[in-house]
Design a protein around this ligand. Structure first.
Ligand SMILES: [Zn+2]
Length: 259
C-alpha cells in the first residue's frame, strides 16, 4: 500500500517536472502555459497524449520525435526523473503515514509541492536567462500569504506574527524600491528579484534553513563557476536548488533521526 502511494507521488512529480520544463521555455516568451498545445520545436507537429507521458514517452520513442525523428534532449528525461525524486524524497522525509493521514498534512504537503514547483521554474529560467521571472514571483507571493495564514491557523503566537509582519514589510519595501528605480535607465532589477526570492524562501523554510541555503548556494557558486569567466551568475538558480536540498534534509533529520 505504502509503496503504491509513493509510486503515485513519484509519477505526479514527473508530471510536474514535465510541466516545469514547458513553463521554463514558455514563460520568458510570454506564452500561455496551460492552453497552448505542445509541439516539436523542430517539425512543429502538435504533440499528442502518447508523446507527453513523462519518462515513459521518452523511453518508448527512444528519445526521438515521433513525427520527424529529431532527437529530444536527454535533459528533459533527467529533469522529469529528478522532479519525481524530489517529490518522493519530500514525502519520505515527512514520514507520511497514508493510513492515518489528516487534512493538515495534506495541505502542508500540497503547499510545499507548489513551492518546490515554483522554485524549479525560477531555477530553470534563471539558469537560461539570468533573470527571475516576475510572474513566478507574484505566484510565490500569493502562495506565501496562503502559507502564512495556514501557519497562523495552526499555532498563533506573537513571535510568528512578528516575523511575518517583518517579511510583509520587507516585501512591500522591495516592491516600492523596484517601482521607483524601474524608471531609471540601465536599472538592474535582478538584485531586487533575488531579494524577493530570499524572503519567499525565508517564509517557507524559516530563517535558520535560509542561512544554510545561502551557505550551500555560495559553495555551489564557488565550485560551479570556478573556471568560468562569466559576467553574470545565476544566483537564484543556486539558491533554489540549495533550498530544496536543505528543506528535505532538515525534514529527514527532524522526522527520522531526532524523535
Ligand atoms: Zn518533430
Amino acid at each position: 500500500m505504502e509503496i503504491f502511494i509513493y509510486t503515485i507521488i513519484f509519477i505526479i512529480g514527473a508530471f510536474f517536472g514535465s510541466f516545469c520544463t514547458l513553463a521554463v521555455y514558455r514563460i520568458p516568451l510570454g506564452e500561455n502555459i496551460v492552453y497552448k498545445h505542445s509541439f516539436c520545436p523542430n517539425c512543429k507537429a502538435k504533440l499528442t497524449f502518447k508523446d507527453l507521458i513523462p519518462i515513459v514517452s521518452y523511453i518508448a520513442l527512444r528519445g526521438k520525435c515521433s513525427h520527424c525523428g529529431e532527437k529530444i534532449r536527454i535533459r528533459y528525461l533527467l529533469l522529469e526523473i529528478l522532479s519525481g525524486l524530489v517529490f518522493l524524497l519530500f514525502a519520505l522525509s515527512l514520514k507520511m503515514n497514508f493510513l492515518s493521514i489528516d487534512l493538515n498534512t495534506i495541505i502542508y504537503f500540497s503547499l510545499f509541492i507548489l513551492y518546490f514547483v515554483s522554485l524549479f521554474i525560477i531555477a530553470g529560467i534563471d539558469k537560461e536567462k539570468i533573470q527571475v521571472q516576475k510572474s513566478v514571483l507574484v505566484f510565490g507571493m500569493v502562495l506565501s500569504c496562503i502559507y502564512m495564514i495556514y501557519v497562523c491557523i495552526g499555532k498563533l503566537d506573537v513571535q510568528t506574527i512578528y516575523t511575518y509582519i517583518i517579511y510583509l514589510v520587507s516585501i512591500i519595501l522591495i516592491l516600492i524600491i523596484d517601482i521607483i528605480f524601474m524608471k531609471k535607465k540601465n536599472y538592474e532589477n535582478y538584485t531586487m528579484q533575488v531579494l524577493l526570492l530570499s524572503i519567499y524562501m525565508m517564509i517557507f523554510s524559516g530563517s535558520f534553513n535560509f542561512y544554510l541555503t545561502v551557505v550551500l548556494a555560495l559553495i555551489g557558486i564557488l565550485v560551479g563557476n570556478l573556471n568560468k569567466e562569466k559576467e553574470k551568475m545565476p544566483i537564484a538558480f543556486y539558491l533554489c536548488i540549495s533550498n530544496i536540498i536543505v528543506i528535505i534534509a532538515y525534514n529527514f533529520l527532524c522526522n527520522w533521526v531526532i524523535r
